[in-house]
Design a protein around this ligand. Sequence first.
Ligand code: NAP
Length: 278
Amino acid sequence: MLMSGTELARAIVQRAAEKAADYTRRTGAKPCLATVIVGEDPASVTYVRMKQNRCHKAGIESRHVALPERTTTEELVAQIRELSDDPAVHGILLQHPVPHHIDERAAFEAIAPHKDVDGVTMHSFAGMSFGHNDFLSCTPGGIMRLLDAHDVEIAGKHAVVIGRSPILGKPAAMLLLARDATVTICHSKTVGLADVVRTADIVVAAVGKPRFVQGDWIKPGAVVVDAGYNEGNVGDVDFDAAVDHAGLITPVPGGVGPTTIAVLLEQTVDASLRQLDA
Ligand code: NAP
C-alpha cells in the first residue's frame, strides 16, 4: 500500500490557509516567512522558490533574502539576527546546506526560537527530544504526520532510522522515541546495516544516496518511509524492489516531500498567531 503525502499535505495547507486568513482578518497583515539562501545552488534555489510559491497560495507573505556565495558566517548571522528582531517576520528559514566556509550551526542558532518554523535550532531539537514541541523539524514532522494519517502503530515497534543529520535523521529518531518506538539510528559507520534494517518494523531512509536501501533488507510487512530525494526524482530506497516486501511505503516523489512543505507553512502560521497572542 502506498503512503501518499499529496492529499495529506493538501489538507494541512488548507487548514494553514484558513488560519492565515484569520490572522489577516485580525491584523490586516499576513503571516510572514523569511527565506534566506546563500549562493546559487540550483537545487536550493528551486526548493526555496517552491516554498515561496506555496506560501503565496496559502496567504502567507514570503520575504526573500538572497546572499552571495562569499557571505561570511558573521554576515549571515547578522542578517538572521536582524530578521529575528523584526516584528513583521514570524518565521525564518535558512536553506540548507550553506556553502562549506560558513558555520551553519552558528547561523541556525541566530534564529530566534519563537521564529524557528523549520525546527533547526538546538532549542527546537531539545523540545523534540523532551516532548515539549514548539516547532518540529519539517521533514521529520511530515513523516510523523504520514505515519499517523495511515494509522501506523508506533509504540513498541522497532524503528530504524538510516541517517543522523541534524535536520532529518536525528530529529526523526527523537520524535519516534517520544512516541515510544524502540529506535536504532544508523549512519555511515554502522556495521551490518542490512541486518539491522531487516529487524525494523518501521524504516526511515534519510541517507542521500539513490536507491540505497535494498528490497531484501525490508522485513515482510514493514513500514518504509523514504525521505530521500536525489537527482532524477529518485528516493533513498529501491522502491521497485522494496514495494514487494513492505506493508506500507512512501512514493518518491509524492510522499514525504509535500508533507515537509505543508508542515513549514503550518508552523509559520502557528508562529504568527502565537506572536500575536503573546
Ligand atoms: P546528510 O546531511 O548528507 O546526511 C546523510 C546521513 O546519511 C548521514 O548521517 C550519513 O552518516 C548517513 N549515511 C551516508 N552514507 C551512509 C551509508 N553508506 N550507510 C548508512 N548511513 C549513511 O543528508 P540529509 O540532509 O539528512 O538528507 C538525506 C536525504 O533526505 C537526501 O536525499 C535529501 O535530499 C533528503 N531530504 C529530503 C527532504 C524532503 O523534504 N523530502 C528534506 C531534507 C532532505 P554520517 O553521519 O556518518 O556521515
